[in-house]
Design a protein around this ligand. Structure first.
Ligand code: SAM
Length: 293
């Protein structure tokens, strides 16, 4: 019987179990125990998961498919098994379920229904790439795969252009060059890191600038799995509005805001005054402050 980390519920518990993104040694001891004790394993691709489980000599009583297109029926089956007091696991092909992978629907359903659920921490390409990238980890946002259609891909990038945090994307080898070209056109010449084949023999980080998009990856290096990370909008002037207003009488925007706050204004009022004095929008003042802090 799986050790239930939650209460003494008569219902079973669903464990969300991350699996290796390349190196099999990355599976955790807890993940192995849970998979070993599971009454059932719901997997994105049962053949793929069977290989993984066999490698660890795990033979679940029931292994069935849980993927995007059957998530309704497979979800109902999971709920019925939990209702019978059976505990089990949901896994995807690699990494954390529900991160650009099936899993979210059952998580949402179980949260709504109040069923016991435990998410195990473990392998995940996004966080591994972020830490290895050397870009800021203080604030970042993850956007999964960009749309295949150029117009939607570009619209998404336009939407992200002003964001100050590190931007993280999953990318397919077939579209990497188109995406990098669009990123260069829309973001300008920012730092880019491409984290390739993480945890595998040929793991590497390609670091450069978006202006080098065409030469960063040699033709054969476009194969394999990759995460693309872009630095957020930096303090460098990115628009006429910001470049015109970077300093007034040698005072930075942050110093200007602080001086007005010292003079008795609250932060909101100070930002409004600074925006007025420099002919900037309040949003631009706010974003510049974020970058200067
Ligand atoms: N659920 C997974 C996770 O937690 O990372 C992601 C699954 S998503 C379908 C697959 C994408 O994740 C790949 O196209 C690639 O962008 C990224 N990815 C997965 N494994 C990777 C690896 N070993 N190295 C680099 N990127 C990887």
């Amino acid at each position: 019987m799986i050790m239930n980390d939650l209460s003494q519920s008569t219902r079973g518990t669903l464990y969300v179990v991350p699996t290796p993104i390349g190196n099999l040694e990355d599976i955790t001891l807890r993940a192995l125990r849970v998979l070993k004790e599971a009454h059932f394993v719901a997997a994105e691709d049962t053949r793929h998961t069977k290989k993984l489980l066999t490698h660890f000599d795990i033979h679940p009583a029931e292994l069935f498919s849980y993927r995007e297109h059957n998530s309704r029926e497979a979800g109902a089956k999971i709920i019925a098994l939990l209702e019978q007091g059976r505990s089990g696991a949901v896994v995807s092909d690699a990494g954390m379920p529900a991160i650009s992978d099936p899993g979210l629907t059952i998580v949402v359903d179980l949260v709504k229904l109040g069923y016991p659920m435990v998410v195990l921490p473990g392998p995940n390409a996004l966080l591994t790439a972020l830490v290895g990238s050397g870009l800021s980890t203080e604030a970042f946002s993850f956007h999964g795969f960009l749309d295949r259609q150029a117009k939607w891909r570009r619209a998404a990038l336009e939407f992200l252009k002003m964001r100050p945090e590190t931007l993280v994307f999953y990318e397919s080898p077939h579209r990497i060059h188109k995406s990098l070209a669009d990123m260069h056109a829309i973001f300008g010449d920012r730092q880019v890191v491409i984290a390739k084949e993480l945890t595998k023999v040929h793991e590497r980080y390609v670091r450069g600038r978006l202006s080098e998009w065409n030469t960063l990856l040699s033709p054969d290096a476009t194969r394999g799995e990759m995460v693309v990370l872009i630095e957020g909008m930096t303090a460098a002037p990115v628009s006429q509005e910001m470049s015109n207003s970077a300093s007034i009488e040698g005072e930075s925007i942050a110093q200007h805001v602080n001086r007005l706050m010292d003079e008795g204004l609250d932060k909101k009022e100070a930002m409004r005054e600074v925006a007025k004095a420099r002919g900037m929008s309040r949003r631009a003042v706010y974003q510049t402050l974020l970058l200067q802090e």
